[in-house]
Ligand binder design. Structure first.
Ligand SMILES: Cc1cc2nc3c(=O)[nH]c(=O)nc-3n(C[C@H](O)[C@H](O)[C@H](O)COP(=O)(O)OP(=O)(O)OC[C@H]3O[C@@H](n4cnc5c(N)ncnc54)[C@H](O)[C@@H]3O)c2cc1C
Length: 388
């Protein structure tokens, strides 16, 4: 039984991804997790199959699929027990170049990204001193002749060691010289290969999950002015534009996780016998699984709605945020039910439950924390006073 089988119109894509993921089963992810290694073979296979270029338009060598398809790809990866976080950013970061870059920039980067010759999967926004308060970031980029000099630090820049390019948000006009804090920030494409050792240092952060995340330091790093995306000073708007896509895709991953946990719990509860009967016969074991299933189904509907609005070019901020919130809560509820159902064995590495449990916990915090989504809904949807 597949309790969250989708009745959408992209079954071939789902089947293709499932078949690919079957080549990368639990032991593959377990070993990488243990050694905190990057899933190089998996990412290569996904790239070669074209899945990571699904949102790049055909004119630039991608397959120009809707975001609903991209979310389904990530959902299937997570539903198979894997993790798309190693490469999901490759799908949506390029959206900033696509929407706001010049034609020359699109021709320069997008076909190579689509073909898998270039990886753009590092996104440098978060900083140690500003955290959630993105507008308070302190990294500066100062124009000097034909380039910008970048100084500062990013933290939690995931995949920087496995990416050729990074999308960087930095302040180009000091805060006290702009009317609104959201002005004066700019977006750059940084060629990490050229920059390493020439003003750019990357330090890995060992984290609770295998996420290839890092700290990045800029010390008079020169970035050519031609790598500025769009207009100087409008970068925050460009980044915001991409956030709905990011939320919908991450919500897809959460639905996949929820689906994996529910199925894993259901199977174990049916097979594990104590007191002479399957533990799943006890309502105390059944109900959390059934509740998580219901939550996942409801959240999946919201993900589909947000994706449909996005694909129709309609406003979807409210739905994308709710999709991320509800899907992350569903995956966490399912994780908790699954771990509890497994009793002590949930803690054993070989069941993959503890790994997925750690992995799905992230979505309460990143890429946007639950509180900040609630604050968005309260202020921008319900019209309550701004709280921060
Ligand atoms: C594994 C991992 C990978 C990541 N990858 C990336 C990446 O690739 N690129 C990138 O730029 N960032 C990345 N991040 C950063 C992530 O987006 C931030 O951690 C997140 O936005 C929160 O910032 P912070 O950790 O500084 O928390 P803080 O801003 O210090 O917040 C701490 C807590 O306080 C709460 N809080 C803060 N302000 C308010 C408020 N006004 N109202 C209510 N609650 C509030 C938050 O919700 C949070 O729970 C990653 C993080 C992790 C852990």
């Amino acid at each position: 039984m597949d309790p969250l089988d989708r009745d959408d119109d992209i079954p071939e894509i789902r089947e293709g991804v499932r078949a690919l993921c079957a080549r990368f089963p639990g032991p593959y992810w377990r070993e990488l997790d243990r050694e905190r290694r990057y899933p190089e073979d998996f990412v290569r296979a996904l790239t070669e199959a074209g899945y990571l270029a699904c949102l790049i338009p055909e004119d630039y060598g991608g397959s120009g699929l809707p975001i609903a398809a991209a979310a389904a790809i990530l959902e299937e990866i997570h539903g198979s027990g894997g993790n798309g976080a190693a490469c999901h950013a490759q799908m949506y970061i390029m959206g900033t170049i696509l929407r706001h870059g010049s034609e020359a920039q699109k021709r320069r980067w997008l076909p190579d990204i689509a073909a898998g010759r270039l990886r753009l999967q590092a996104f440098g926004v978060t900083e140690p001193t500003s955290g959630t308060d993105t507008l308070g970031l302190a990294t500066t980029a100062v124009r000097s002749g034909g380039s910008y000099k970048v100084n500062g630090q990013k933290v939690w820049t995931s995949r920087a060691e496995h990416s050729d390019l990074m999308l960087l948000l930095a302040r180009t006009t000091p805060k006290d010289k702009v009317k609104k804090k959201s002005e004066g920030l700019s977006v750059f494409v940084v060629d990490l290969r050229a920059a390493l050792g020439k003003g750019l240092t990357i330090r890995p952060i060992r984290a609770m999950l295998n996420h290839a995340t890092t700290e990045v330091f800029f010390d008079d790093l020169e970035v050519p002015a031609e790598n500025l995306i769009g207009e100087e000073g409008r970068g925050f708007r460009y980044i915001l534009d991409g956030m709905n896509a990011e939320r919908i895709l991450i919500a897809g991953e959460c639905i996949g996780d929820a689906r994996w946990f529910v199925e894993k719990a259901r199977t174990y509860a049916s097979e594990r016998v104590v007191f002479g009967r399957p533990i799943g016969q006890n309502q105390g074991v059944q109900f959390p699984i059934a509740r998580a299933y219901a939550q996942s189904e409801a959240a999946a509907l919201m993900v589909r709605r947000a994706a449909a609005l996005f694909d129709g070019g309609r406003p979807c901020g409210k739905e994308a945020n709710m999709a991320k919130l509800l899907a992350a809560e569903a995956s966490w509820a399912a994780a908790e039910a699954c771990l509890q159902t497994h009793g002590g064995y949930g803690f054993a590495e070989e069941y993959d439950v503890e790994r997925k449990f750690r992995e799905t916990r992230l979505y309460q915090v990143a890429p946007i924390s639950t509180n900040l989504i609630l604050a968005y809904l309260a202020e921008h949807v319900l019209g309550l006073p701004r709280s921060y």
